[in-house]
Design a binder for this molecule. Structure first.
Ligand SMILES: [Zn+2]
Length: 338
């Protein structure tokens, strides 16, 4: 195992690796891969960002095991949407924890890691759309949307990866407002699409005053998602006490925790909907490989191409110009902010 190295203060690492209001705990660049893996057990400013989504990964795998005991995930096509949704959660958490674990290795690795993270976010958007339309949608909405929800979800999932990669690679400080638009617009679009069946169900419940078992869990997953957006965008609490939350309590860790709770409550609500609407669900057209795991494979492939294309762009523009400018210390004039 590689030896652990002391961490650095902000001024000792390139601007690209800076986080707003984080003053220390930066791992050194250009170490062997094993060092970054071993640093899971070191105190640094990405440690808990990695652990929060590693724990989420273990929790999702545990739920996958539980569901596999209750449902036939492989041979019952009506359970394929559940399998596809869970695969995207697993990929999201692998991509996110891997990004935070290894991003400090170099500028190119940093860009690549976070673009893989964005690819995972796009995939999770697809998986959630498949889950909600298959199990949580009202019969009228499902029949109205049955030919539309998947192609739109595929398009939006790839769009998330493209737009977030543009926001990461094309802008420099001081950031223009358009950078935020690239970041937020595609995520809001895919979330609107994936949550539409749930909101429609809520409206029906409000209208009829009949609340079914899963609605409170759906409400909780929405509250956790909105809270995650608050922490992602606010830099709270570290903006009030710069340097005090570098290791524990940073807003990105709280954002990760909220994402974990979103997916956890989402699975609670989906499970209840599968049980209470089983007859309705089995009366719908049988899901196919292409409308479930096949779509996940397709978007994984497309997002891999997107990441590779932007990685090439970064290699040619940012990394080469940074080397020319000053060797390394203050390389690319970007902030991480991802
Ligand atoms: Zn993250």
């Amino acid at each position: 195992m590689a030896l652990l190295k002391p961490t650095h203060f902000k001024h000792e690492v390139p601007v690209l690796f800076h986080e707003p209001h984080v003053e220390g705990g930066f791992r050194p660049l250009h170490q062997p891969w094993g060092y970054y893996l071993a640093s899971l057990f070191q105190r640094h400013n990405e440690c808990l960002n990695t652990w929060t989504h590693l724990i989420a990964l273990v929790m999702t795998l545990q739920r996958l095991y539980e569901f596999s005991q209750e449902f036939d995930l492989l041979y019952d096509p009506y359970m394929w949407p559940l399998l596809a949704g869970m695969i995207t959660m697993i990929l999201l958490y692998i991509g996110s924890s891997g990004a935070h674990c290894f991003q400090s290795r170099s500028e190119l690795v940093h860009y690549t890691c976070f673009m893989v993270d964005y690819a995972g976010i796009g995939l999770y958007g697809l998986g959630s759309t498949i889950l909600h339309y298959a199990y949580c949608s009202d019969p009228w909405l499902f029949s109205f949307m049955k030919h539309l929800y998947l192609p739109v979800a595929i398009f939006l999932s790839i769009l998330v990866c493209v737009c977030c990669s543009i926001s990461k690679t094309m802008y420099q400080r001081p950031y223009p407002f358009t950078r935020k638009v690239w970041q937020l617009a595609s995520v809001i679009l895919v979330y609107t699409w994936l949550i539409l069946p749930v909101v429609h169900r809520l409206l029906i419940c409000l209208e009829t005053s009949q609340w079914d078992n899963s609605i409170s869990h759906h409400l909780q997953q929405m509250v956790w998602f909105i809270t995650s957006g608050f922490f992602f965008g606010s830099d709270i609490p570290q903006r009030f006490y710069p340097g005090k939350f570098d290791f524990l309590g940073h807003s990105h860790q709280l954002f990760h925790f909220c994402v974990m709770m979103t997916s956890y409550k989402q699975l609670d609500s989906v499970l209840l909907d599968i049980k209470q609407f089983e007859n309705q669900i089995r009366a719908r057209p049988m899901p196919s490989f292409f409308s479930t795991t096949g779509a996940v494979v397709f978007v994984s492939f497309a997002n891999t191409l997107v990441v590779m294309a932007f990685r090439e762009y970064v290699k040619r523009s940012h990394v080469s110009s940074s080397k020319k400018q000053n060797g390394c210390q203050n390389g690319i004039k970007h902030d991480k902010n991802s």
